[in-house]
Write a protein that binds this ligand. Structure first.
Ligand code: ADQ
Length: 494
């Protein structure tokens, strides 16, 4: 269990008491509030996701600025002449500053370099990165556009900047070039590869130099931190100290530390126990004829890193090896469409569809289909109902920075039952040792774990779930935000 219990209030108070007169700035590609046109009116929505949940109290307490790309079709209508708007709309407490990108910029920066070069480069899934030079130039250009917007926002004040993710590998370096006195940290939400992989990127040295513009560089796990430090040792002239996890280059120090991201455990547990979720559990049971069946679920952003084909192959093998379970096990695969303009994503979607129909044709009967696809964005109620109904949840990523689906499943199991089948290649596996850990490529072993999950005695299921719930309750999303922000503030010396 974590020594300090972190929650929203604690994080709010920390920022209020420690930040002093520094301006706090968060930067991410995705914005925390989106304005869209709906029935002739402007509607403001908050995208679901842990990141906004965790950083919202930080922003509210600091009264700072969140800089992000404006993507809503009504975003431009509501901002002032400096592209700013006060949020949350019902009770403004901080500023959202929107950055506009052209279609070509989005194509080169986001769909191109970030998602077709850096994403496959950082994940070991044997999908070759595409290092197109024009994408790289656009990526640099967009990082500069963001740097200029941030410098304009800071306007000579003292500031602490927290940059999110792999869309901005060069941003911190650009900021420090303009003002070396800024305090800048970055969190990288995906794995960091081994040097042997990283060096295939023609611009890896420039990327590392950019990231060393940070005073604090955060990854999910110690192993990603070590990969990063080793990449620097083997690419650049720099002094590294494994003991203090610091890198010194040209007189500037970057501290490299793990900050495992998580979920809002209390709020998720609360939501999962509501009447609305219980009603939805009844609806789903009726609609899909789940009464008396063992339900397995998978719920992922549709991405080739998530090991969805491997999971379906394991299910196929399980049904082949265990005919006594035919008719008794149902697997619901929920998939949120993602990055659909990219060919590899269309291909993985097609492959998953083919595998699902293959299994249903092979084993299905008039009254039973082993796999039920729900390939769309689902509501919170439906997701929670599925989590609560499932005897087992499968997270079979081939490689994953953390994986929040695993932690969400545990947080939603207010009844203390349920089994998590979890890939060893996720950051989550470091903490969730009471899951049934798998190598998603080892199909027979994986099929065996599905059987084990179904046959595990209740007392053992509950023992494992209890341990995992304690871990996620302690290492919650506010601990992630709180640890990183307090580290950054202490580095800033404010
Ligand atoms: P992602 O790769 O997007 O994040 P993940 O952490 O698995 O991955 O989060 C996916 C989210 O999508 C979860 O919150 C899940 O509930 C939601 N989701 C899945 N299917 C859905 C559906 N059908 N409808 C609605 N929602 C659905 C990256 C890294 C991860 C890291 C996070 C946070 O790749 O390793 O955990 O950032 O740092």
């Amino acid at each position: 269990m974590a020594e300090i219990q972190w929650n929203k209030e604690r994080l709010y108070k920390l920022v209020q008491s420690k930040l002093g007169d520094s301006l706090f700035i968060v930067v991410s590609n995705r914005e925390p509030y989106v304005h869209t046109m709906s029935g002739g009116k402007i509607k403001c929505t908050r995208p679901v996701g842990g990141l906004t949940e965790a950083l919202d109290p930080v922003m509210r307490a600091s009264g700072g600025t969140w800089v992000a790309q404006g993507t809503g079709d009504a975003d431009r209508k509501v901002v002032d002449e400096r592209n700013r708007i006060a949020v949350p709309p019902e009770k403004p407490e901080y500023t959202l500053r929107r950055v506009w990108l052209t279609e070509d910029e989005v194509a080169g920066f986001y769909l191109g370099f970030a998602n077709q070069a850096l994403w496959p480069l950082c994940h070991v899934t044997f999908t070759p990165p595409d290092f197109r030079e024009d994408w790289w130039h656009t990526y640099k250009k967009v990082n500069k556009i963001f740097a200029d917007a941030i410098m304009d926002e800071i306007g000579g004040r003292k500031a602490v900047v927290l940059v999110q993710d792999y869309h901005f590998a060069l941003l911190s370096g650009y900021l420090k070039e303009q003002n070396p006195d800024l305090t800048v940290g970055q969190f990288w939400h995906i794995p960091w590869p081994a040097y042997e992989v990283l060096r295939t990127c023609p611009w890896h040295e420039e990327i590392l130099v950019g990231m060393l513009g940070n005073d604090l560089m955060g990854f999910h796990t110690r192993s990603f931190c070590n990969n990063f430090i080793e990449s620097v040792e083997r690419s650049l002239e720099a002094r590294t100290d494994r003991e203090s996890s610091a890198i010194v280059r040209q007189g500037n120090t970057t501290v490299v530390e793990p900050f495992p991201i998580s979920v809002d455990f209390d709020s998720l547990s609360r939501q999962a126990g509501t009447k609305a979720v219980e009603n939805e559990m009844e609806n789903l049971t009726r609609e899909f004829n789940l009464e008396g069946k063992y339900l397995g679920v998978g719920m992922d952003r549709m991405d080739y890193t998530k090991g969805i084909p491997e999971r379906l192959m394991a299910l196929d093998k399980f049904l082949e090896d265990n005919p006594e379970y035919r008719g008794k096990v149902v697997f619901i695969q929920a998939g949120m469409p993602s990055r659909t303009q990219i060919d590899t994503y269309q291909e993985i979607g097609q492959r998953i569809d083919d595998l699902m129909s293959g299994i249903n044709e092979k084993y299905g009967t008039d009254s039973w289909q082993p796999v039920i696809p729900m390939m769309r964005q689902l509501s919170r109620e439906t997701l929670n109902a599925l989590r609560r109904l499932a005897r087992f949840c499968v997270v079979s990523s081939l490689h994953d920075g953390m994986n929040l689906v695993a932690k969400e499943y545990v947080a939603a199991r207010v009844d203390g039952d349920g089994i998590l089948i979890l890939s060893r290649f996720t950051g989550a596996a470091v903490e969730m040792q009471d899951a049934l850990l798998i190598n998603p490529y080892a199909i027979s072993e994986f099929a065996g774990k599905i059987k084990e999950a179904i046959e595990m005695p209740e007392a053992e299921r509950r023992r494992r779930m209890k341990n995992m719930r304690e871990i996620v309750a302690g290492n919650n999303i506010y601990r992630w935000g709180g640890s990183m922000v307090s580290r950054l503030i202490s580095i800033a010396g404010v």
